[in-house]
Write a protein that binds this ligand. Structure first.
Ligand code: TYD
Ligand code: MG
Length: 453
């Protein structure tokens, strides 16, 4: 029998050590280094299951390589397709990460049930009956969707060889284990080995594989960073569990842009695609409320109008509170400092709370001006006229800076019936004959006098 070989791995970043140490020298985390048994076996397991001979790759001139495999698989889910960059690439490995309970299993099962290609949904977390119950809630059950509850990769490959699916979903990578590695399921070396086996399978059979990955408390995908390096695409499913909206974004995509965004709404019968996000994210208030401003942002290729709410109140304690939901708190502090210094507002003794409605988070700097407008409106307790929106960045000198894709933002504002949009003087508007009045401003003081007189 081969001698058992052990190595020490950091469970946080995947760094490898010859002996145990208390603090990982690579990611500086304490007590994350764990001993794992690694047993090398040269035989790749999915080959053994299939009993094939090993092919040896040869170099080819680049012109000779066919690119017909570029035809993508339409997942019949517009949002998912868009985030992937136009559908699933055959032979690709996609990792879907997200917090527990956010809806990863629901999303993938829903897609598997809709598709007319043969899909194998492998679950290591739920029983077949549980999955069936969930499936009954979502969609009429498709005859092309196969469910397998199994965690051993060798057995999974055996079943794949008999079912011959066109798409494999693994829920989740942390529950899988391979016979060639001794350590427990979910450990670094197991995750690495199982992913490597799946990659080999995907690339050689040209079958796409979607993996579900758990994420840790600090929001990164559990397991080594190398997991993210190994797969072709990393998607993140996020959202506040208290809200119904869920956002799918690409963190890495070898076949498309990472700027795209998919929006879903969690309902009693699964996730519904939200194709007109601006309309759902804006609350329909007839009364004008102070402290609310609308920002025209762009997520990926899609313009999106969002509502920003601010509450400014007198600080009870010595140090005023500043809190932001869905917006960078440091950036909020910066904008408040600009208002103090450049526009003369005394906000130092005020608590400021900021909230982006719908539970979504935005890092587009073009919402700066709307954030400031919401704060000023709450501070003065004067509502901003309905039909007004904003699309500009604010600099440290209080100057209003231009933003990209301004035409798209103006068009979206027009589509939703807005009458006025504030943009930077330096923005070149290519549009002619818009129904929206475009107000060009260059300093924050101009905006203050326009809005609050
Ligand atoms: P789930 O897909 O199990 O999450 P994950 O796999 O990411 O852990 O989602 C579970 C949540 O979704 C659960 O709290 C209930 C909710 N849900 C609905 O609201 N409607 C539905 O139709 C389904 C299937 C789930
Ligand atoms: Mg799940």
């Amino acid at each position: 029998m081969a001698k058992t070989k052990t190595t020490f791995f950091c469970q946080n970043c995947g760094a490898q050590y010859a002996k145990w140490i208390g603090q990982c020298t690579s990611c500086k985390q304490w007590n994350t280094v764990v001993e794992e048994v690694v047993q090398k076996d040269e035989k790749p397991s999915w080959k053994t299951a299939q009993n094939r001979h090993q092919k040896i790759a040869k170099p080819l001139p680049i012109q000779k390589i066919s690119n017909e495999s570029e035809t993508r698989i339409n997942l019949l889910d517009q949002e998912f397709n868009r985030v992937l960059g136009g559908g699933l690439v055959p032979g690709s490995l996609t990792l879907l990460g997200g917090e527990p309970g956010i809806g990863k299993s629901t999303l993938l099962l829903q897609i598997a049930l809709k598709l007319s290609i043969k899909t194998l949904y492998v679950s290591g977390e739920e029983s077949a009956r549980q999955i069936k119950m969930r499936a009954d809630r979502i969609e009429p059950n498709s005859e092309h969707c196969y469910i397998l509850t199994e965690t051993k990769t060798q057995n999974i490959f055996q079943q794949i060889a008999t079912v011959e699916p066109n798409l494999v979903v693994i829920d989740s990578i942390q529950t899988l284990h391979s016979d060639y590695i001794e350590s427990a399921a979910g450990s670094i070396s197991q995750i690495r080995e199982c992913t490597a086996e799946l990659i080999k399978f995907a690339k050689e059979s040209n079958t796409p594989v979607i993996l579900v990955g758990h994420i840790t408390k600090d929001g990164t995908i559990a397991g080594p960073k190398i997991l993210e390096h190994m797969v072709d695409t990393v998607l993140q499913f996020e959202g506040d569990r208290n809200y119904v909206y869920r956002i799918l974004r690409a963190l890495k995509n070898r076949f498309g842009s990472t700027a795209e965004l998919g929006i879903y709404e969690m309902q009693g019968n699964g996730l519904r695609e939200v194709n007109n996000p601006s309309e759902v994210l804006l609350s329909k208030n007839d009364e004008d409320l102070s402290g609310t401003a609308i920002a025209a942002t762009v997520e990926g290729m899609r313009p999106l109008l969002i509502e920003i709410q601010a509450l400014v109140s007198t600080a009870v304690y010595g140090t005023p509170q500043r809190s932001a939901t869905g917006f960078n708190a440091k950036r909020l502090n910066m904008l408040l400092a600009v208002l103090e210094k450049r526009a003369g507002f005394k906000l130092a003794a005020k608590d400021v709370f900021l909230n982006i409605t719908g539970g979504i988070s935005v890092d587009d700097p073009a919402i700066d001006l709307a954030v400031m407008a919401a704060i000023l409106s709450s501070n003065a307790d004067i509502p901003i006229a309905s039909g007004v929106c904003f699309a500009a960045e604010v600099g440290l000198a209080g100057e209003i800076r231009p933003v990209q894709r301004i035409d798209q933002r103006v068009l979206e504002a027009e589509k939703l019936g807005f009458s006025t949009i504030y943009v930077s003087k330096s923005n070149k508007i290519g549009l002619k004959n818009t129904k929206v009045e475009v107000k060009l401003v260059s300093k924050i003081e101009d905006v203050v006098s326009e809005l609050f007189g």
